[in-house]
Design a protein around this ligand. Sequence first.
Ligand code: SAM
Length: 198
Amino acid sequence: MLQPNERAEITRLWERKVRQDSLNLPFDQRHRNLEPSSAETISTIAAGIGARQILEIGGSSGISTIALAAAARDVDGRLTSLERERDRQEEARQTLAGLGLDSYVNFILGEAADALPTLPAMNFVLIDCEKDDYIPFFNMLAIAPGGVVVADNIISHSLVEYSGRVRAYPDCESLTLPIGKGLEITWLSKGKTSSAVR
Ligand SMILES: C[S@@+](CC[C@H](N)C(=O)[O-])C[C@H]1O[C@@H](n2cnc3c(N)ncnc32)[C@H](O)[C@@H]1O
């Protein structure tokens, strides 16, 4: 469960993002972050299923990283955080260190497509990167039986193709939660193997 100091950091990062948006800054000067309500949701699910191997695709400056590292701490697990922007990941690293959560995180800097084939089967995955990559990255994932994949921005970006793809997967149950920008929560009772290279 997220602790008060972890929630405070999530709030600080979120309020910065909202401020940047309201100032209408150029996009490259704005942070893109997960809503605090979505952070609470993913943290609760990952800890609730006892996910020992947790992955996020798109860590950025770290709201989801805090949420999932807290879950990893609670279940003696480990978070792998993939991010290709150095400065964003460096900020997340420092924030997690300040919270004492960095020892639960394996930060990987680079293209997710390069890292995914090297990773073990996961119990919980957050997909929060460029929308065109959602389906190829879902295909590349290895998921342990009973694992959960969560994808953000389903409602805000009308990602019906992604929802359709995961719902067609065998032995899977999936729904969109109207939390934050819309979370597709996909439970794979038998797991899945990596079925494609990008
Ligand atoms: C919406 S932000 C993630 C927000 C983050 N989950 C949070 O809670 O603050 C998306 C991030 O995904 C990263 N990203 C997008 N495509 C990627 C890829 N192919 N490999 C690695 N990182 C990627 C971007 O650099 C960006 O920082």
